[in-house]
Design a binder for this molecule. Structure first.
Ligand SMILES: C[S@@+](CC[C@H](N)C(=O)[O-])C[C@H]1O[C@@H](n2cnc3c(N)ncnc32)[C@H](O)[C@@H]1O
Length: 351
């Protein structure tokens, strides 16, 4: 059994006593498999269905608990929620992600369902109660423990129209952006992404294989496809919400035949030295914590897939010390543009 070191896992598991007689239980966004493992091992839950947005979380759950016959990993949708009377969820960072999950529970789970949504108190706010109250008659907080708390929602409200993916038109870029709840920046264009795209006429015109690494809603992929009409574009992200959003965005903008979207960790599956251009707006957070590790992994991975002479175009917050890492990991790197908020770089893969 996994050690339950995480206070949010611990309090969620404590409150799961409420679900003791309830099967099946859905666990959303377990991060290391400890929650799923705890539900099965401590409470003897008969059937636990698991849904993770991030592929790395999903793999961790499979590694920790996937061999237990009671555990099933499923994508979001009616099959996940059917007949469910207990839901255990780690509160996501964004309200739209919580809203989309709560909407799905209210639509598809058993009306007697109880939702336990746990998080660190410092990351919780009143708006989370308001979002849950849109879909449930009653929302109350548990007693806190180790600076963590659980919101308990019961009594589903009748679901309305499907709201997700949201979509909006960006007039400046003439692009329709579609976004599921957990997708970065929602149905709008991130300012860093917009700044990177202001240099798109300088993308190498001869590029035939292009990767949008960490594609989010797929805005960079769509604009790359338009700017380089002879290129094939691969849009990659580990988030399921991002991938579903990017598929919808490419379809909404008429470039689905030129852009392939895949849910991957980094650019796994893309052969070494096979790509002419990588576009990347890397994350600098992991959950609620600042962390550049994924950005550096992305730069190293871009170097792996780039052919000699291929280019990585990246955008990042100007205060971040990424220039040295790009030169070390990829090759010669120039600053193409810089403003107080963002820096855009072009790195050329050395042989
Ligand atoms: C800052 S967002 C940029 C999204 C999009 N390219 C844009 O410009 O709007 C970074 C993206 O990287 C994705 N990501 C984070 N870690 C990843 C990983 N290990 N493998 C693939 N994608 C990852 C996130 O899910 C997120 O969508």
């Amino acid at each position: 059994m996994q050690p339950l070191a995480d206070p949010v896992d611990l309090i969620l598991l404590r409150e799961s006593a409420l679900l003791r007689a309830t099967d099946p239980v859905v666990v959303v966004d377990d991060q290391g498999g400890a929650l799923v493992d705890g539900l099965v091992a401590q409470y003897g839950a008969g059937e636990v269905r698991v849904c993770c947005d991030a592929l790395t979380d999903e793999r961790a759950v499979v590694a920790a608990a996937g061999r237990r016959p009671q555990v099933r990993v499923l994508p979001p949708g009616p099959e996940l929620w059917q007949d469910v009377r207990g839901v255990v969820v780690r509160l996501p960072k964004g309200l739209a992600a919580l809203d989309e999950t709560a909407e799905a529970v209210a639509r598809w789970a058993d009306p007697s369902v109880q939702v336990l949504a746990g998080g660190r108190v410092k990351h919780m706010n009143r708006s989370m109660n308001d979002v849950l109250s849109r879909h449930f008659e009653s929302v109350r907080g548990s007693l806190g423990a180790q600076k963590s708390r659980v919101l308990i929602a019961t009594g589903t409200r009748p679901p309305g129209e499907f709201r997700y993916p949201l979509s909006a038109v960006d007039d400046e870029l003439d692009v329709t952006v579609c976004a599921h709840g957990a997708a970065f920046a929602g149905p709008s264009v991130d300012l860093g992404t917009r700044y990177l795209l202001s240099f798109r006429d300088s993308f190498p015109a001869s590029a035939r294989q292009v990767v949008d690494l960490g594609c989010g809603t797929g805005v960079l992929a769509v604009l790359a496809a338009r700017t380089l009409p002879h290129a094939q574009v691969l849009a990659l992200d580990e988030s399921r919400a991002a991938v579903l959003s990017a598929v919808a965005t490419t379809e909404a903008n008429g470039v689905a035949d030129q852009v392939e979207v895949r849910r991957t960790h980094l650019s796994e599956g893309v052969p070494d030295a096979s790509v002419d251009l990588v576009l990347c707006n890397p994350p600098f957070h992991r959950g609620n914590t600042r962390d550049s590790a994924v950005a550096f992994e992305m730069f190293a991975d871009a170097a792996r897939v780039l052919a000699a002479g291929g280019e990585l175009w990246a955008v990042y917050n100007s205060h971040l010390p990424y220039l040295r890492a790009l030169r070390r990991l990829v090759g010669r790197t120039d600053v193409v543009g810089q403003n107080p908020a963002y820096t855009v770089t072009r790195s050329v893969r050395s042989t």
